[in-house]
Design a protein around this ligand. Structure first.
Ligand code: XMP
Length: 562
């Protein structure tokens, strides 16, 4: 049984073959004239429909119920309290369970024929149903791991209500994916820009296996934005897949020169994406790969497509480097193959194991395509920090995701460090909810002077700043790996921010997080002794003024800072 994504306005007549429909969440309000809608006849078709978040509000609105503007949004964890009614949607769900919410509007009166199934503290209609018309809705997000019974609820809908068969097994799909690669590629060859990460290596290996070593080539572009030792690691990894299948292209100047004039995060991402395409075109041209016999292979995975707006109405949560205009053009020309586009990260790792790729590679933390550029924050002007009752607002632009859309906002910095795990989590959630206009909270681990004496400096990405970041990142990775902490977290970004004093203008932020699929994440608590030792070593780097710890969950803050 497979699932497919359709635009929301798809006529119901075109959906007659499906077993069920899920209407996704989104950042709109049903009262915006431009908000996405569905063909209302779908709701009378007898096909089971589950609306999630905005989807639930849309069903309610179209059928005459009431959707109200919430006074206060609800972002993050909440407790779902089930009512004493039997419903196939909530079968097997405990009376009280954790759910994850991200909304402002909410359903306050159901349409005729509907009943409420559960509530949370601030949301009277956390789940509803009209069993006769087979219509269901949930205000929370069952698709994220923080909803304890999310899988159960989706399974109830898909297997019981829609009566679909359960036959999804990513590792068992290797042969099918290889077949698809052969079909898409036809008699052309595939050329990859590999990154050394899990996704592009698995995608590359799948193509290598599907098409044979003569028809697949890779280049690893050293953008000058790599971590310490990365290029050597990649060279060694790919030499094991076959000699000469992957070359190294050293292209730092092509990235760092245009980046030297950029400070805006989206502009930086755009430059990197465009430079990738230019480097790619140069390489393709210089190798005579322009005769239509070659197409581009990419390791894009499913969340990448969703987050960069997989359908016309989806919000752009981040502009992915695999989806910049140059690459879009190639896609439109049918010159891109993305064997992993339907898979999540954990499924990609499973496929990698099936392909017998080494664990050292498969278990690596994800690392973003634009590299250290999105961990090296810039500012187009110098600016002071501002005192608030809870700490200081630091005017660097870091990205957050609230209510499904992407926002850039300053950071709230607190000078005391909360040591206990529970305190850490409370602090983040509490402060974010009560501080307007910030989407991230950092706490000071070590500093050369009080925050009141520090400022944000105007800067762009430069070699010396990248070197500072690389040095700090290498220290963190070495200590994290040798202490065993690295295996306990999903990712451990290290970020350079232009905060300090005239003698040391930058500081380091540590962002260890726990996640299952990268879509949501929790900040994690580090062993105190390890943290202190790490901070002390980082503070020894000349040019580094302080070491901070990011306490923010995703949402409201993304994993990366840009
Ligand atoms: P965010 O920051 O959106 O990140 O919470 C979710 C996951 O995606 C990774 N990431 C990227 N990976 N190109 C990539 O290949 C990118 O532009 C990019 N941006 C974020 C991030 O490291 C995390 O694992």
């Amino acid at each position: 049984m497979t699932a497919a994504i359709f635009p929301s306005e798809t006529p119901a007549a075109e959906l007659q073959h499906v077993r069920g429909v899920i209407i996704s969440g989104g950042p709109s309000s049903v009262y915006d004239p431009a908000s996405p809608t569905i063909d209302p006849t779908l709701l009378a078709s007898g096909i089971p429909v589950l609306g999630i978040c905005y989807g639930q509000q849309l069903i309610t609105h179209l059928l005459g119920g009431t959707v109200s503007h919430g006074v206060k949004g609800e972002y993050g964890l909440a407790v779902l309290d089930r009512f004493a009614v039997e419903s196939p949607l909530l079968a097997g769900v405990a009376e009280h369970s954790q759910v994850w919410m991200s909304h402002r509007d909410l359903v306050t009166a159901p349409p005729a024929g509907f009943r409420f199934l559960a509530s949370t503290h601030t949301c009277p209609a956390a789940a509803l149903e009209d069993p006769t018309r087979r219509l269901y809705g949930v205000q929370f997000h069952p698709e994220v791991v923080h909803t304890s019974y999310g899988r159960q609820i989706l399974q109830n809908f898909v297997l019981d209500i829609c009566a679909c068969e359960k036959d999804w097994n990513p590792a068992g799909r290797v042969a099918l994916v290889e077949e698809q690669i052969r079909r898409n590629v036809g008699d052309r060859n595939v050329f990859f820009f590999v990154s050394g990460g899990v996704d592009s290596t698995v995608a590359f290996t799948l193509c290598l296996q599907a098409l044979g070593p003569e028809r697949v080539r890779g280049v690893y572009v050293d953008t000058g934005l790599m971590r310490e030792g990365e290029t050597a690691f990649v060279e060694e990894t790919f030499s094991k897949l076959g000699s000469g299948v992957v070359d190294i292209e050293r292209a730092a100047a092509e990235f760092l020169t245009p980046l030297a004039a950029a400070t805006e995060p989206e502009q930086k991402r755009h430059i990197i994406g465009e430079q990738f395409v230019k480097v790619q075109e140069r390489i393709i041209e210089s190798r005579g790969l322009l005769d239509g016999h070659w197409i581009l292979g990419q390791g894009t995975i499913y969340p990448d497509t969703i987050e960069s707006g997989g359908t016309a109405k989806a919000a752009t949560i981040k502009t992915h480097h695999n989806r910049v205009p140059g690459i879009q053009k190639l896609m439109e020309a049918g010159r891109v193959v993305e064997p992993l586009a339907d898979f999540y990260k954990d499924e990609v790792r499973e496929i990698g194991r099936q392909l017998e790729l080494p664990a050292a590679l498969l278990d690596r933390h994800p690392f973003p395509g634009p590299g250290l550029a999105i961990r090296c924050l810039c500012s187009d002007h110098a600016a002071a920090v501002t005192a608030t009752p809870d700490g200081y607002i630091v005017p660097v632009h870091s990205v957050g995701v609230q209510g499904d859309s992407r926002t850039y906002a300053p950071v709230l910095a607190i000078e005391s460090f909360p040591t206990e795990a529970a305190r850490l989590q409370d602090t983040a959630t509490e402060l974010i909810n009560r501080t307007a206009g910030v989407n991230r909270i950092i706490a000071q681990v070590a500093s050369k002077s009080p925050l009141a004496e520090q400022q944000v400096f105007a800067c762009t990405i430069t070699e010396p700043r990248l070197d500072l970041l690389r040095r700090a990142d290498a220290i963190v990775r070495q200590m994290s790996e040798s202490s065993g902490f690295e295996d306990k977290v999903w990712q451990f970004p290290v970020i350079l921010i232009p905060l300090g004093t005239a003698t040391a203008k930058d500081s380091i932020v540590l962002r260890p997080i726990q996640s299952v699929d990268g879509m949501t994440a929790d900040s994690v608590c580090m062993p105190e002794a390890l943290l202190r030792a790490m901070a002390a070593r980082i503070l020894e780097i000349p040019g580094i003024h302080g070491v901070w710890y990011d306490l923010t969950h995703k949402p409201p803050g993304t994993i990366e800072w840009e």
